[in-house]
Structures are given as structure tokens and as C-alpha cells.
Design a protein around this ligand. Structure first.
Ligand SMILES: [Zn+2]
Length: 512
């Protein structure tokens, strides 16, 4: 622990004083009072979750949330609030009806979520469950001609595993110390994990189980099967993890209906059907596609800078507003969006005029590969030849939240040593709230990468995991009740302070 303090001290000591400026204690106290004692973050979160519903990019829920965000930002004093296109996304998709129940050998109601961009059933169907045991395209041929009117279930081993660990956790001092002790990453720019993931997915499409799955779906459509059932490997305790069901480009046909169900229900179907019992189910799914406007839309708003020399320079805060379909995207990422909207409110309510402009970006289509933030960064900071433009030179820094509801424990400096020393200083007034760790490590997979990728300082905070990876991430349990009020207040307060600190510095955030 002591070593770490010394390391932070040395980092700070080698930087010029100008880069170290910190808001005065009275200003920080104003922000703390507004953020911790007069918070509106839970009301904002309620509007983004319960009131808007799930927020798949280009869905009706997304539009409700984007309109609300624009309104509340304006109501709380932000300027130039706008819902702005970032480029072509694809079709919107909404679920209009879903009914699923086992009807033989006995009646049992079931919970399921169609994957996004899948077709419906065209009315209520009573269908027999057919077990398909296809390891490759050759064994798959054995099922040719048998799929009409069936609900397909793959013969997979999805054994339920008891967990002896609590779902929710906070980082221990040891875990934070290990992060702080981590060396700077070898590569200057953060590996683009979203891009890597897409590459892996594309490779998977061409080989192995995913290829067999695609062949099966094509056969199912051709023969007129009703649906297929799938379950996620991390399914547990009835939780359903549901996300994309295939392509969403404007010209693509609807994907074959793929229902995500819990591992327990999946295994019940499988055991019964494999025992030779006739298993039947009633299923009705109605889905709706929006094809008129394929553009994707972000929400933006500003607190204009007031210093004549610095007001054209920009500090940004942001989070993705879109979600998957089964919950209401409470921790992924209404929490991030709500704290960013609240941070803007705190700055206005505290009556502090930023020297630089502070801009909020609420991104769409993060879940499909950071598409909204990438589109925004490209059109705002790059020229027609994809080279940095004048706005790129006047940009200071971007702060992101997208790791759930857990409070801030520190920040990932993405290998930027000069920024790391500044952050250590900026976190000092929040050490009492558990935020003190600065790691040079990279973190990926979310919208700060869109900035980092074009050489702009972009950062994501370290947040306590809580139940993010165990329970809520992309699941039907990602709902309002899983938000933690005190944690969100802390995040909004620290984000407001970081944004103001960056806005009031004599210089822009140092770049790598
Ligand atoms: Zn997500």
C-alpha cells in the first residue's frame, strides 16, 4: 500500500504545476452537496428504465429514452440538446407479443425472450419439440425433411452448476492495489476488443458449431420450422441472457426465431424429449421491424464554455444509452447514462461556469460494436480523408461509465502516465468515498475506445463489479431494482468534478 502512495507521489511530482490544478475545496464542496444530498439520479434512472423500457438501438424504447434525455437535459439547463444521426445503423426491432408454454406432457407457463431482429410465428402455434443432435453439416443432414412445424432444441450439455459465491462483490483493497501496481500497457493504443470480438464472431460463423447453427437455421426457414430454443452457458437461477439473433442491415431478411430460455427450462425440455416423451408447446411471437429510417441516433447536449479563449475547446462525458431487449438495461447502461445526465445537472445547479465547453454524449448501438460513439468521433474529429481535423486539436478529454451500478473506485489511465498523475490528484477529495486507485492499465469494450482509437484521451472509471457479470449483464434481471442509489450518487459527483476539473485547467489533457 505504502509503495503505491509513493508511486503516485512521484508521478505527481514530475509534472508541471499547471497541469496539476485542482478545483478549489469550496467548489468541490458545492458539487458534493448537489450530487450527494440533492441527487436526482434515481428519478433519471427510473425514466430511462421503467418508463422507457428496453432500449435496443433504433427501437421504440430507445426513441422514448432519447427524447426523455433531450428533454431532461434541457430542463436542467444544458444547451443545444439534440438527437443527432451518426450514420447508417440498420433496422429497428420491437417485440409486440410473446406467449410460450409447455402443453404436453402437462401444462407449464414459461419465460422466454426472442433474440433481437428475429421473425415472429405468424399466429399461435402448437408445436412438437424436436431434439437435433448435429455436430457437423453431415449429421445435420439426418434431420432434413423433419423440421416443418417443429420447435428445435439442440442436444447440448448445459449442466446447471451451483454457485457457492455471492452474486455481488466490491473490489478488495488487494485487488485495487494489484491494479494500481500494474505496469503501463506495452501498446500505446488500447486493443479494440469490440473489433476483435467481431472478428472472432466472423471466424466462428465460418467454422465449427456456429456454422452448423447457421446451416440449421437456413434449413429451418426452408422447411417451415416454428422456432428454436437456446440458452446461454452462464445461465443460472432462472435468469435469461438474451441478445442478438442475427443481422439487422436494412436489406437483410428477418432472422429465424430463436428463443432464449433459462438453463433449467432448457434442460427440462431436453430430458423429456430425449426420454421419448412427446413434448409440445404453445408459442406465439409477434415482432415488428422499423425500416423507414436506418440512421442511428446519439443524444448530445452542452454546457457552453465561458472563457473567450477556451470556450471552443471541449471536454466530454458520456455513456451508451442503448441496451439489449430482455431487461430494461438498468446496469447496462441506464446507470451510466443517468449519472452523466445527473453530472450535467450538478454542474448547472452548483452554478459553476466552465471555461471550456462540457458536452455530454449518450451513444446508440454500443452493443453492436461501439457504433454510435465511433460514428460521432469520425464525423466530429476527423476530416474527409480520415485525418484529425481542427476539432481534434481542440479536444481535451472524454470520461465514460459503462461497468454497471458499482461506485467509482478509481480510473483506468489507458497507458497515459501524465493523465494518471492528474487523476491521482483529482481523486484525492473523493478518497473518503472509496475512489483513489489510478491504474495505467487499459480497459476496453466500451465507448472511450472510440476516442482512444483516434488519439484522443478517453477514459473509463474503475467501478465495483456488484452483480454485473454474475447476474445483470445482458439479462432479464437488468432492471431498476438492481441499481444502487448511493453508488450512482457517488459516480455522478465524481464525474461532475472530473469534467469541471478538465474544463478549468490551463491546458488540455495531455495525450499519449
Ligand atoms: Zn452491454
Amino acid at each position: 500500500m505504502k509503495n503505491l502512495v509513493i508511486k503516485g507521489f512521484i508521478l505527481a511530482a514530475i509534472l508541471p504545476i499547471s497541469a496539476m490544478a485542482q478545483l478549489d475545496p469550496a467548489t468541490i464542496q458545492k458539487i458534493r452537496t448537489e450530487g450527494l444530498e440533492k441527487s436526482q439520479v434515481m428519478d433519471i434512472a427510473f425514466n430511462l428504465t421503467d418508463k422507457s423500457g428496453s432500449r435496443l438501438a433504433n427501437s421504440e424504447g430507445y426513441a422514448r429514452a432519447a427524447n426523455y434525455a433531450k428533454e431532461v437535459l434541457t430542463k436542467n439547463g444544458a444547451s443545444n440538446a439534440t438527437i443527432e444521426p451518426w450514420g447508417e445503423f440498420g433496422k429497428g426491432w420491437d417485440l409486440e407479443k410473446m406467449y410460450f408454454a409447455m402443453t404436453a406432457p402437462y401444462y407449464k407457463p414459461l419465460l422466454a425472450w426472442p433474440k433481437t431482429w428475429t421473425a415472429g410465428t405468424n399466429g399461435l402455434k402448437n408445436a412438437t419439440i424436436l431434439v437435433v443432435d448435429a455436430k457437423d453439416s453431415i449429421t445435420l443432414q439426418a434431420y432434413k425433411g423433419q423440421l416443418k412445424g417443429k420447435i428445435i432444441i439442440l442436444d447440448q450439455d448445459n449442466k446447471y452448476k451451483q454457485s457457492f459465491k455471492a452474486d455481488a462483490e466490491r473490489y478488495t483493497d488487494e485487488a485495487l492495489a494489484a491494479m494500481e501496481a500494474a505496469a503501463a500497457p506495452a501498446v500505446a493504443r488500447t486493443p479494440d476488443t469490440a473489433q476483435q470480438r467481431r472478428m472472432r464472431e466472423m471466424q466462428a460463423q465460418r467454422s465449427g458449431p456456429q456454422r452448423v447453427m447457421n446451416l440449421l437455421k437456413a434449413m429451418a426457414i426452408e422447411e417451415g420450422a416454428v422456432a428454436m430454443l437456446t440458452t446461454a452457458t452462464r445461465n443460472h437461477d432462472g435468469t435469461i441472457f438474451a441478445q442478438g439473433g442475427g443481422s439487422y442491415k436494412g436489406t437483410d431478411p428477418a432472422n429465424f426465431l430463436d428463443l432464449a430460455i433459462s438453463v433449467e427450462d432448457y434442460n427440462t425440455f431436453l430430458r423429456l424429449a430425449k426420454s421419448g416423451t412427446t413434448v409440445k408447446a404453445d408459442l406465439e411471437v409477434k415482432t415488428k421491424f422499423h425500416t423507414k429510417d436506418l440512421q442511428g441516433y446519439n443524444v448530445l447536449a452542452e454546457i457552453p464554455g465561458t472563457d473567450p479563449l477556451l470556450k471552443d475547446e471541449v471536454v466530454m462525458i458520456g455513456a451508451h444509452l442503448d441496451s439489449w431487449q430482455s431487461g430494461t438495461g438498468a446496469t447496462d447502461n441506464a446507470s451510466g447514462s443517468a449519472v452523466m445526465i445527473e453530472a450535467m445537472r450538478i454542474i448547472k445547479a452548483a452554478g459553476i461556469d466552465p471555461k471550456r465547453t462540457i458536452r455530454i454524449g449518450l451513444w446508440s448501438a454500443e452493443e453492436e460494436g461501439l457504433l454510435g460513439s465511433r460514428g460521432y468521433v469520425k464525423k466530429t474529429f476527423m476530416d474527409a480523408n480520415n485525418q484529425p481535423n481542427a476539432a481534434h486539436a481542440k479536444f481535451s478529454t472524454y470520461f465514460n461509465i459503462d461497468n454497471g451500478t458499482g461506485k467509482i473506485r478509481g480510473i483506468y489511465a489507458q497507458g497515459n502516465t501524465a493523465a494518471a498523475a492528474i487523476f491521482k490528484n483529482w481523486l484525492a477529495p473523493f478518497n473518503d468515498l472509496g475512489a483513489k486507485t489510478v491504474t495505467l492499465s487499459n480497459t476496453g469494450s466500451t465507448d472511450h475506445i472510440a476516442f482512444d482509437g483516434v488519439g484522443l484521451p478517453g477514459f473509463q472509471f474503475i467501478q465495483d463489479p456488484i452483480e454485473y457479470s454474475t447476474r445483470t449483464h445482458h439479462s432479464n434481471m437488468d432492471v431498476y431494482d438492481h441499481l444502487m442509489q448511493d453508488d450512482l450518487k457517488q459516480i455522478a459527483t465524481i464525474v461532475a468534478t472530473f469534467a469541471l476539473n478538465a474544463a478549468q485547467q490551463t491546458s488540455l489533457m495531455p495525450r499519449k
